[in-house]
Design a protein around this ligand. Sequence first.
Ligand code: C2O
Ligand code: CU
Length: 458
Amino acid sequence: MINRRTFLKFSSACLLSLSNISHATVADYRTLTIKLRTESRHWFANYLPIQLWASDIKALNLQQFETVQIEVNNQLPNPTTLHWHGMRVKNTMDGVSGMTQLPIATGASFSYQITPQDAGTFWAHAHHNTFEQLARGLYFPLIVREAKEYIVDQDLLMVIDDWRINEERQLDIASLGNFSEWAHGGRNGNILTVNRQLNQVYQCKAGQRIRLRLLNAANSRIMTVALPNFAIWILAKDGQPLAEPLKLDKPMTIGPGERYDFIIDINMSVGKFPIHEVSSGKNILIAMIDVSANEQQQQNTHAPAALPENPLPKIDPNKIKHRIKLDMQGGAMGGLKKANYQGNLLNVQELVKNKQIWSFNAIANLADEPLLTAKSGEMIEIEMMNNTRWPHAMHLHGHHFKADSSFYPKNIWHDTLLILAGETTKIMFRAGETGKWLLHCHMIEHQASGMATWIEVT
Ligand code: C2O
Ligand code: CU
């Protein structure tokens, strides 16, 4: 009998020239190709379609613990890389341009080999000139299926993004790199999309149990999503299951790069139920749940089960080996006087000339020296002090951590964490794979203008 894997190998071998067949059949893991290219979207009637940067897939679906070889082919006019946000990959596969790999030139390919350790909701995005490439849309959601299927009636994606459009209804490229925005809240757009659509409609049946995977793919905008008044639980955060699903009864705030998986029990009443983004105080309609009749189904009355745990290293607060402070400074109204940039102590005028305005421990952007060096397996605590007037979304590559933030439910895992202006939060994690791992603000303009450092795991 021909199993699925043999079949995949067989069918891909058929596409190759004869000389490649032996090579293609030797690999004992699945290989797939992703093309990065431009994409046209007809968002506005009577205007030319908008040109975005994208991949040729809507979403990447992987299976927990199954190794895949992902050939990324760059058909864009600029070099790029892909970073697998939230995935615990080998450091050489982390996709950080200039740190873990060279950028993939136009026309060239790079093979990422990944064995997903954790089931959940992740994403892949450009990590080269990220402030430009993410604003152009170069990302896709990445779903890692649980080794044992978690059963729901529908598994839906809600990738929310924020774009800046000019009068011709094209991406506003001219304003990319606007330094005043970098010193404030970053680049904010003027339209919101869900799954790259202006009018996403989810077709559901009364009484269905839905898993909804929410991802904020914006450069810098923090969003607050008001879902319809159904029974809703938080199932997972940043790809990691909550020990117990948590009832959600208010709009959900989500920072750039963060993800939430929800369980939604659709009501028995038929009709259209709006989803709004409400962070500005106004209700912005971003999507709709269209509920149709369902003869058989009853309303669920039992709470959803937790997802199976992922094999994350255990946190032990009593065994902390490295205690580090991270003093976050700068930005508009921050009163930054000087900072070290590329080995030189610069005053604020000199920093601004270099498009730098934020600092971690008085260092703007990446230095030759890491923030800390730890051995794999050692416990680390970083006390992050947001001494700026702005919220930040701190992201650690290749690791998940716990935090003592009062902004979030207690004792959940994160790979990205909002820290409000003036707040201090401790994060705790165990050093994972060896290599160089970035720690940066996921408001990408803040990252570009100073909010980036790295840790070294040996
Ligand atoms: Cu999602 Cu360094 O990024
Ligand atoms: Cu920031």
